[in-house]
Design a protein. Structure first.
Length: 387
């Protein structure tokens, strides 16, 4: 979105020039208002964004040079000084531009004093097709008068780069998932057969009755073999868990936690709330973080008990995973670490508008992840919109 004054220069529409008094107002009020708005004009002309000052009736009373230049380039006559900004947005909506509706609603609320500010990424349609704008609207008081400041910044190239980065990241995650499943199948098929042969050989050796010392060694080997088999089952299950493509997030998480507990012997207290509506990207991220958290508990924490809760709120989903183990890195005397897998997910979590934190304590580690139900548009923590 972009807007301007084609022929007014730095003058504020509807406001007298210095020395020209409005007969309907006291002279001192008229002069103070004119100088106040001149200061606003000087301020907004120095901004890189396209900026307009609008009165609470919707009339554009001042614009900066960037707004004016863009309006002239796009011939958007409804955005010149003295034009009705409210009517301009209403016209876009009438022409089918649904993305303008939240902007118009926010503008009216701010003009009416029931809201202080608003921001969004406005994605173009119609005359603005192919453009993305960062739109910020805020209340501004000028000489005891309430006005609305509208700021628009073209972020088309930056948004395109962010989307491409997200697309590549998604492809990489899918490739990693495919590779993990392949390794899990090979681990199960080949290694399990070798372990079965070893178990049979130990049985044959035990039947030879070679004496109590040999029997004790065989028993020790059986215990070690059982531990190896349990670890392979656990790692294979984590690498090839229930799929979100055939299950809801709640079902997949239930199966993941129960299957992990059964294969590792870890006592897990879990409570998974009904998720409701959430974007597929957010669900996939929650599931993958859950995999990595359980894997790190098994490989590093030396824990006997874990706590796995998914909490659903109106706008956010919160995942909390806690264990009573020694903490990552403690077995080597190293500083606690988040683990490569979870650390690798941190950037993806932030791209979706979420937050991941890991807290280490004497009695274990707590991982907390919070996601908005809908992944946020890049650049701003606000609702993405199509113009």
């Amino acid at each position: 979105m972009t807007w301007s004054n084609a022929n007014a220069g730095a003058q504020v529409a509807g406001m007298p020039r210095p020395g020209v008094l409005n007969p309907l107002l006291p002279p001192e009020h008229d002069v103070l208002q004119a100088f106040a708005l001149e200061e606003v004009q000087e301020l907004i002309d120095g901004l890189v964004e396209q900026v307009a000052l609008v009165n609470c009736d919707g009339r554009i009373i001042a614009v900066n040079k960037r707004w004016r230049r863009q309006v002239e380039q796009q011939a958007r006559y409804g955005l010149h000084i003295s034009r009705d900004y409210d009517a301009f947005l209403s016209g876009l909506i009438k022409d089918g531009d649904e993305g303008a509706a939240p902007i118009l609603k926010a503008f009216r609320e701010i003009a009416g004093g029931t809201r202080r500010s608003f921001h969004c990424i406005y994605r173009g349609s119609g005359a603005f097709e192919g453009y993305d704008f960062n739109v910020v609207i805020a209340a501004l008081h000028v000489h005891e008068g309430r006005h609305v400041l509208v700021s628009v910044h073209d972020v088309t190239e930056l948004v395109a780069l962010k989307r491409e980065r997200r697309r590549v990241g998604t492809q990489l995650l899918r490739a990693q998932e495919h590779e993990r499943r392949r390794v899990a199948r090979e681990l199960h098929d080949s290694t399990s057969q070798s372990l079965l042969s070893l178990r049979l050989s130990l049985g044959s050796l035990e039947r030879e009755q070679a004496g109590p010392r040999v029997g004790a060694i065989v028993a020790e080997c059986r215990d070690t073999l059982q531990q190896v088999e349990r670890e392979i089952r656990a790692l294979s299950f984590l690498a090839h868990p229930p799929s979100l493509t055939t299950h809801t997030l709640e079902t997949a998480l239930h199966d993941l936690v129960r299957g992990f507990a059964a294969r590792t012997g870890l006592d897990i207290d879990f409570n998974i709330a009904a998720v409701g509506e959430a974007s597929p990207s957010v669900e996939a991220a929650i599931f993958r973080v859950s995999q990595e958290a359980l894997s790190n508990i098994y490989r590093h924490a030396q824990a006997s008990h874990a706590f796995f809760h998914l909490v659903a709120r109106e706008r956010y989903l919160h995942l909390v995973v806690r264990d009573d183990g020694v903490g990552l890195g403690a077995d080597r005397g190293d500083p606690p670490s988040a683990g490569v897998g979870v650390a690798g997910m941190d950037e993806r979590v932030r791209e979706l508008g979420g937050r991941l934190s890991i807290r280490h304590a004497v009695d274990g580690t707590t991982l907390t992840v919070s996601f908005p139900r809908r992944e946020r548009e890049v650049l701003m923590p606000a609702t993405a919109m199509r113009r």
